[in-house]
Ligand binder design. Structure first.
Ligand code: URA
Ligand code: SF4
Length: 214
């Protein structure tokens, strides 16, 4: 029987974030590294003045821009996320941002590289990196952006639509709040839908500070 894909053999035990970020470039835990430019690891978006960020945000996987720049959430979805964080009053220095899957999965469409959703097997394969980031950062709160991140941490029967904005306690994890992915707001069909979805997203983000104070 073929062994299922798994990043575990590539993840240094109890590594610091710097050690992990180095090691992830050598990961061959699943096939996604083959067509990607580089792995995109998590990072604090701005230099924190004091401690490490106590809030972790998890997206799906790097997109085209992220794959080229080697940094998470620097493309269109990241720009929207930045704006919403600001409107929710969450300082950028409070956020460590990462993805459930560290390599960009795509298919060619003409000259463009079109985002392709990672399979549950690929998300599972990459989970040891996310676990290692959680251990190294030890955040007070994790915000999952969209269903891939939510299901990566909370299991495949988790539904963002039903549970968004509610604090979830699971053994071995800090408090988790799930909400939509900013790119779902960008895909809204009408301006009215987009405004509504953005407002709902910001409302979910506004619940964050209360969990960081505890
Ligand atoms: N979407 C994600 O989920 N992650 C990124 O890093 C960029 C876009
Ligand atoms: Fe490793 Fe994750 Fe990249 Fe797959 S997607 S090769 S498991 S880092």
């Amino acid at each position: 029987m073929k062994k299922s894909p798994n990043a575990e053999p590539f993840v240094p035990e109890h590594g610091t974030l710097a050690v992990l970020r180095n090691a992830v470039q050598q990961c061959r835990g699943c096939d996604l590294y083959r067509d990607a430019t580089q792995a995109v690891f998590g990072e604090a978006q701005a230099q924190s003045s004091k401690d490490r960020p106590s809030l972790m945000m998890v997206g799906e996987q790097p997109g085209d821009r992220e794959d080229i720049e080697g940094r998470p959430f620097v493309g269109p979805a990241g720009k929207l996320l930045d704006k919403c964080l600001e409107e929710a009053g969450i300082p950028r220095s409070e956020v460590y941002i990462t993805n459930a899957v560290k390599h960009f999965k795509w298919e060619p469409r003409g000259k463009r590289r079109l985002h392709k959703k990672p399979t549950p097997t690929e998300v599972r394969a990459c989970r040891p990196w996310l676990d290692a980031e959680i251990e190294a950062l030890d955040p007070k709160l994790i915000v999952c952006l969209g269903s891939t991140a939510s299901q990566a941490l909370l299991g495949s029967d988790f539904r963002v639509t039903r549970e968004r904005g509610k604090p979830i306690e699971r053994h071995g994890l800090p408090t988790v709040i799930a909400t939509v992915h900013p790119s779902s707001i960008l895909r809204a069909r009408t301006d009215e839908d987009r405004h509504k979805e953005k407002a709902n997203f910001i409302a979910d983000l506004k619940k964050v500070p209360e969990y960081l104070e505890k």
